[in-house]
Ligand binder design. Structure first.
Ligand SMILES: [Zn+2]
Length: 246
C-alpha cells in the first residue's frame, strides 16, 4: 500500500516540475485563464504533501506488522526444527535400546550394531545432542571389538594347532622314511656280508711253512696239507696260490 502512495507522490512531484515550465500540460481542466503556476502549486503541492504523509504512515504500519508477525514465524519454525531433531534422536535411542542388554551382545549382532551406528552418524550435530543412549551403543561396539579379537585369537590358535599337527605328521613321515631306508640299507649290508661270508666259507688248504692257501689237489700240497675255511685263511693273512687260484 505504501508503494502506491509513494508512486502517487512521485507523479505529483514530476507534474509539479513540468508545470513550472508549462502549466497547461499538467492542469488540463477548468477555465483557460486558471491553468497557471498557482493552480499547479495548489493541486500538485497538496498532492505531494498528502501522498508523502500517507506513504510514511503506511510504511510504519507495515513495519509494525512485520515486527509482529516475524518473531512468531521464526519461533514456530525453531520449535518445529527442535521437535523434528528430538524425534530423530528418540528414534535412534529406541534403536539403541532394541540392541538389548550389554550381556546379550554377541558377534551375531554385529550387523545390527553397525546399522544403529550408521543411523546415529547420519544425524546432524543438533540431533545428536538429543540422543541419550549413545553410551550403550559405544559399550556394545567395545564389546563386539573384544569378542572379535577373542574369536580371531581362537581362530589363530586353531590354525596353529592344525599347522603343528601337519608339521608333526610330516616330520614323522620323514623319520619313518629314513628309518625304512636305514633298515633297507642294513638289510642289504647284512645280505652282502652273508653272501660274502658264504662265498668265503668253503674249505681251502694251507701248508706248514707256506703263506698261500690252495685248492685241494694243488701240487704244492705234497709236503703238508692242513684244511681251513677260506675266510679264516684270509683273516690270518694267507693269500691265494697263483697256481691253483683257489
Ligand atoms: Zn696251490
Amino acid at each position: 500500500m505504501d508503494i502506491l502512495f509513494f508512486l502517487l507522490f512521485l507523479i505529483c512531484l514530476v507534474a509539479l516540475v513540468i508545470g513550472l515550465f508549462n502549466p497547461k500540460l499538467v492542469v488540463r481542466w477548468g477555465a483557460q485563464e486558471r491553468r497557471n503556476r498557482t493552480s499547479v502549486f495548489k493541486y500538485y503541492g497538496i498532492g505531494i504533501l498528502l501522498f508523502f504523509v500517507l506513504t510514511g504512515v503506511f510504511a510504519e504500519n507495515t513495519d509494525l506488522e512485520r515486527e509482529k508477525e516475524n518473531p512468531n514465524i521464526s519461533e514456530t519454525s525453531i520449535e518445529e526444527t527442535v521437535n523434528a531433531d528430538k524425534r530423530a534422536a528418540i528414534e535412534v535411542d529406541s534403536k539403541i535400546e532394541s540392541l538389548g542388554d550389554i550381556d546379550s551382545i554377541t558377534l551375531e549382532k554385529s550387523n545390527d550394531v553397525e546399522v544403529v551406528r550408521t543411523n546415529f552418524d547420519s544425524l546432524n550435530s543438533e540431533q545428536k545432542r538429543y540422543v541419550t543412549k549413545l553410551e550403550i551403543l559405544i559399550q556394545a561396539e567395545d564389546k563386539l571389538l573384544f569378542l572379535q579379537e577373542e574369536a580371531d585369537k581362537e581362530a589363530a590358535a586353531q590354525a596353529k594347532a592344525i599347522a603343528d599337527q601337519e608339521a608333526a605328521a610330516q616330520a614323522k613321515a620323514i623319520a619313518d622314511q629314513e628309518a625304512a631306508a636305514r633298515a633297507a640299507a642294513e638289510a642289504q649290508t647284512k645280505a652282502e656280508l652273508e653272501s660274502a661270508q658264504s662265498q668265503n666259507n668253503y674249505t681251502v688248504y694251507i701248508t706248514k711253512t707256506g703263506e698261500k692257501y690252495h685248492r685241494d689237489g694243488c701240487q704244492y700240497l705234497r709236503q703238508s696239507k692242513i684244511s681251513i675255511s677260506k675266510s679264516d685263511a684270509v683273516n690270518v693273512g694267507y693269500t691265494p696260490c697263483s697256481r691253483c687260484n683257489p
